[in-house]
Structure formats: C-alpha cells, structure tokens
Ligand binder design. Structure first.
Ligand SMILES: [Zn+2]
Length: 271
C-alpha cells in the first residue's frame, strides 16, 4: 500500500474510534483515551481519595447528599434511555459521598463517583441547591468533558509519541493530567478551568437532570449568583474550575423554559 493510502486508513480508523457526541447538545467530540482506561483510572483515584479524606459523620447531611444523588441519577438514567443511549448506562456505578472539608467544592468522576465537600453545603442552602451542583457535575461526566480535556493535554504532552506508549512510560505525568482534566486539581497544584463551552453544556445538562428528578431549576440561577458573590481575587476552588459570569447566567436563564417543562412533568408524576 502507498504511504498516502496507509495514512488515510490510519486517520479514518482514529476518527471511527475516537468520535463521540455530547448528548442533548449534539456536539461531536474527539476522545483519544479509551473509556475503559478512563474508568479504571477513575476508580483508582476515587478510592485513593476516600482512603485519605475524612468522610462526614453528620448523618443528616450525608443522607441529603445521597438522596439528591439517587434522585438525580434516576433522572439521568431516564434521560439516557429517552435519547437512545442505554449503552452508556452500564458505565455508571453511582456513589455519592460527603467529606469533611471546608473548601467549597464538588466533583463527579467518570462512572458516577460523586464527591461533595462539606464546605459547599452552606452555599447550596437547600436540597434544590445540592441538586444544582450535583446536576452540573454529573453533566460534565455525561458529556465526557474530562476525557476530552485529557485527550487534548495528552496530545500536547506526548508530542509525536503514541498516546498508549506515553501513558505506559510516564504513569506519574499521566496521573497528574488525569487529576487536572477532571478538575480535582488542588492535590497536584494545577487548576484547569473548564472552558466556557464545557460550562454551558454542563449547565444545560444539569438543568435537565435536576428538573427530571423533580428539583426546581430556578434555584440554579440563585446558586450561581451566590457563588459569584464569593469570587474576587481568591475565588473558591469550585469557582476557579467552573468559572461563572453574567453571560453564563444569562444563558442558564435562556435554558430555563425548556427545563421547566421537565420539572412540571416530574412534579405532576410524583404523588
Ligand atoms: Zn463546570
């Protein structure tokens, strides 16, 4: 085979294996790290985090996070089924945790491993507020933003080297790229903020998920306004990794009417 032909074959193979679509948004994305590898890294880091952090003993607050989490995950499952994405369901093995940490932060690792830090609860104020953060973080996970970010930074770090080769020969650097891409950056001192595009997508997905689970999507606006009041020169980690501004809130408001349809349908269904 001629060189050009081989090149075209390799490129089309890459396009076939690496192309994915963000649900609801319908944006094509390029993912270079196999989902199985992402999940395995996720579980390792998640367990390591749980081993080295203090799980909350405040049973009332723990139960709030778990209840909201279970309700939202039911909403996500309903959403994926309605959108013909049942094959993605098996990649979620949900767990919802609350750790003792004054830093206002929360994240969802691939596979549905959710972590709330106790410092974010005062900003959430109520169950709807918890649902805002939960929906948004799960939105990033469903949209596979972490894999997309990791794929991009791996390409840069690996230069011309094959990615699988790079990941095998540089496990430490790969690990740091993972934590950074999944916005669990403070442990390695690198904070990689989500792009505006990723924030809009996670907001839209989050509004839909929380509404389907019966939480009032209007609370989303209130939560992010409260969060922005905590901005300034040293914003909380959550705001650094999920940057918010007036434009983002305006976009959220524009998405509200659609989310309200899900909310009203959900409220009517429940007794
Ligand atoms: Zn975000």
């Amino acid at each position: 085979m001629k060189k050009e032909g081989l090149f075209a074959l390799v490129v089309s193979f890459l396009m076939l294996t690496a192309c994915s679509t963000v649900p609801l948004i319908n944006r094509k994305q390029v993912l270079f790290v196999p989902q199985s590898q992402i999940l395995s890294m996720s579980y390792t880091n998640y367990n390591q985090f749980l081993d080295t952090n203090q799980v909350s003993t405040n049973q009332t607050e723990v139960n709030k996070v778990k209840t909201v989490g279970n309700n939202i995950s039911t909403g996500v499952e309903e959403f994926l089924k309605e959108n013909g994405l049942t094959n993605r369901l098996e990649q979620f093995d949900w767990e919802f945790n609350l750790v003792e940490n004054d830093v206002p932060n929360a994240w969802c690792m691939p596979g549905g491993k959710v972590m709330f830090y106790s410092g974010i609860l005062p900003l959430c104020q109520n169950n709807d507020g918890i649902a805002v953060v939960m929906g948004h973080e799960i939105g990033h996970a469903v949209a596979r933003h972490g894999n997309e970010r990791m794929s991009q930074s791996l390409m840069v770090a690996a230069g011309g080297m094959a990615l699988s080769e790079f990941m095998k020969s540089k496990p430490q650097q790969t690990q740091e790229l993972f934590l950074s891409a999944f916005a669990i950056g403070s442990q390695v001192g690198v904070l990689l903020p989500y792009s505006r595009k990723h924030e809009y997508e996670a907001d839209k997905l989050g509004l839909t998920f929380m509404a389907m689970a019966g939480y009032d999507p209007n609370e989303s606006i209130k939560f992010w306004e409260r969060m922005m009041e905590h901005g300034g020169p040293k914003p909380p980690e959550f705001l650094s990794t999920h940057p918010a501004d007036a434009k983002r809130i305006a976009q959220m408001k524009a998405n509200l009417p659609e989310a309200m349809k899900y909310y009203e349908a959900s409220v009517q269904k429940s007794p």
